[in-house]
Design a protein around this ligand. Structure first.
Ligand code: FES
Length: 584
């Protein structure tokens, strides 16, 4: 979809930000022009052109982004052809699997880097290349704060995979096969063979995990060429899309089409509608709040819960359904899915193309009703759960979330005795101990795993089911934590408990044996312990998490907000505008 310049004023070259660096007749500007020619460019090749930054999160430690150097070349060729001057800016890559303790620790780092890369350089607009989980919200948070014209070029999901006739969805099936290995249902040899077979191509996870949840939401908000998030990474149309991003950003710069000109609360609500219809990852609840906040827009857990009560899970994708992202693309992709929920969308909202949502979906078609479902044929009816349930109670006064559509029906209202672990290490050491006093009705709790406690709130929330219960056929239990969970996982997992235990949230007061009551229908989560007893426990409470005194982790612990506030740094949230750098 091309850029719509109607009704927009076209800037004069002198109005471009980069001209502050390049145009003046000063010794400093001479140095800028001179140094830009050091790489072999002729003066006329870049002078008088919009400078387009390509923020690239490529890294050999980020396999989901391994093709982004080639995609950057496609963007560049289109920027040159459209009369711009492209420059590639490498940025921190937060590859989900290899970064420890968690990429969430570094989301704010990348957001800061994206903002400062744009601020410190003579950039007029940018193409953002990312897609693996945290890279999408991070790049967008930075770009929203800097408020230059930007377009997001998603890495795209990997191709669908199969192993010995079984579908292999990244993440979702890793956990499934791991449990099968623990039960002896597959052999060690099978397990090693799976290692080399499960991730079939370049691209992000092929399930509706956090990566596709966040790229689809960003698409629905308006940060992409409509439908770009659904294009598989290995498809030739993905390269074509990258080039179209290059062409579009030049038009966006000439018309100063920056986020503050088009990004509204309605855009974010459209993103939330997509989130729910897709059965997206619970992680999105944190990222959406943080992104909206950067734009000075209030978006709360209650706002998302209100949409979740109306929009059921419609996309038949793992982990809620049984298909993969490639099938979703062939079925019509995100635009076809949005068309099925158009009554919930603000059709007048515009995005980077300066065209309304109504135009994005006008020609969208669904080619497979099993993959892209209608409201009268959901994957999970609202009566059986939704993509995001928000819980409150004396265990989580500021909220906790869960994907209630992934919970076993018999656990939707549950009372059970808590079994508490103070650290992930303790959990790992003890969970398979045959002497552990645990039954299928127990409530497993992991604490000190939140934003401050871990730090970084890792994806530990899909707490393992003890081997002895797996052997009895138990496949789900109520599990509670202040950590997050991978979007590719499933189960009755209550996450993002706020405030977290490390800062004295009530989760810190629970003791093994306390009775916990979960009632999803009522949106409540409580420990059945008297206020007097809790007050007494608080009196003797001692923090047990590690406090960092130096390094980025120290900065993080000192400034990160809680899950219900987006886990951004307090000093990065929307506020007074940062001045442009002086050029002397
Ligand atoms: Fe990168 Fe899943 S690990 S998208």
């Amino acid at each position: 979809m091309s850029f719509n310049a109607n009704d927009l004023h076209k800037l004069d070259i002198s109005a471009l930000r980069s001209q502050r660096w390049y145009a003046p007749d000063t010794i400093r500007a001479f140095a800028h022009r001179q140094r830009s020619q050091q790489s072999g460019l002729n003066r006329e090749e870049f002078m008088g052109k919009p400078v387009i930054g390509i923020i690239n999160t490529w890294s050999e430690m980020s396999p989901c982004h391994s093709h982004l150097r080639e995609r950057a070349e496609a963007v560049k060729r289109a920027v040159w052809a459209a009369g711009g001057y492209p420059v590639e800016l490498p940025a921190l890559s937060v590859g989900e699997v290899l970064v420890k303790p968690t990429t969430m620790l570094y989301r704010n780092f990348l957001a800061m880097e994206a903002e400062e890369l744009l601020r410190q350089h003579p950039i007029d607009g940018a193409v953002l290349l990312g897609g693996c989980d945290k890279s999408t919200p991070a790049l967008l948070m930075g770009a929203i704060s800097m408020d230059l014209p930007v377009i997001f070029c998603p890495a795209g999901p990997m191709s669908s995979g199969k192993w010995r006739g079984h579908v292999t969805g990244a993440g979702t099936h890793t956990k499934k096969f791991w449990d099968q290995l623990r039960l002896g249902a597959i052999t060690q040899h099978d397990w090693v063979e799976l290692e080399g077979a499960m991730t079939r191509s370049i691209g992000t996870c092929n399930t509706m995990g956090t990566a596709s949840t966040m790229t689809s939401i960003a698409d629905a908000i308006g940060f992409m060429l409509p439908g770009a998030s659904s294009i598989p990474a290995a498809d030739s149309r993905h390269v074509q899309m990258a080039a179209q991003c290059g062409q579009t950003i030049v038009d966006m710069v000439w018309h100063d089409h920056k986020p503050s000109r088009w990004l509204t609360r309605a855009n974010f609500i459209n993103g939330v509608v997509a989130y729910m219809a897709l059965g997206g990852s619970t992680n999105a609840a944190i990222h959406l709040i943080a992104m909206a906040n950067r734009a000075g827009i209030t978006l709360t857990l209650e706002d998302m819960e209100a949409v979740a009560r109306e929009v059921p899970v419609l996309a038949n994708l793992f982990p809620s359904g049984d298909q993969l992202m490639e099938e979703f693309f062939f079925a019509g992709g995100l635009m076809a899915q949005l068309k099925k929920v158009q009554q919930f969308l603000n059709l007048d909202a515009i995005g980077v193309t300066n065209r309304p949502v109504a135009a994005w979906i006008a020609n969208a078609n669904c080619y497979d009703d099993n993959v892209i479902r209608s409201l009268d044929n959901p994957v999970v009816p609202l009566s059986q759960g939704c993509a995001l349930a928000v819980l409150r109670g004396n265990l989580c006064p500021n909220g906790a979330v869960m994907k209630s559509s992934a919970a076993k029906p018999e656990l939707r209202h549950h009372k059970g005795a808590a079994i508490v672990f103070d650290s992930h290490q303790e959990l790992s050491d003890r969970i398979d101990d045959p002497a552990l006093d645990i039954t299928k009705d127990s409530v497993v709790i992991l604490r000190n795993a939140g934003p401050v406690g871990a730090p970084g709130m890792p994806e530990w929330g899909n707490l393992p089911i003890p081997k002895k219960l797996l052997q009895e056929g138990v496949t789900d239990m109520v599990r509670i934590t202040d950590a997050r969970m991978s979007g590719t996982h499933y189960g009755t997992c209550i996450l993002h408990v706020a405030p977290e235990s490390a800062i004295g949230g009530p989760l810190a007061l629970v003791r093994t044996g306390d009775i916990i009551e979960l009632d999803i229908a009522k949106g409540s989560l409580n420990m059945l312990v008297s206020d007097e007893e809790l007050a007494e426990r608080r009196r003797t409470l001692k923090p047990v998490h590690k406090v960092y005194e130096r390094s980025y982790a120290a900065l993080y612990q000192q400034h990160v907000t809680q899950a219900d506030q987006g886990c951004d740094f307090d000093f990065l949230q929307a506020g007074s505008k940062v001045p442009e750098p002086p050029i002397f």
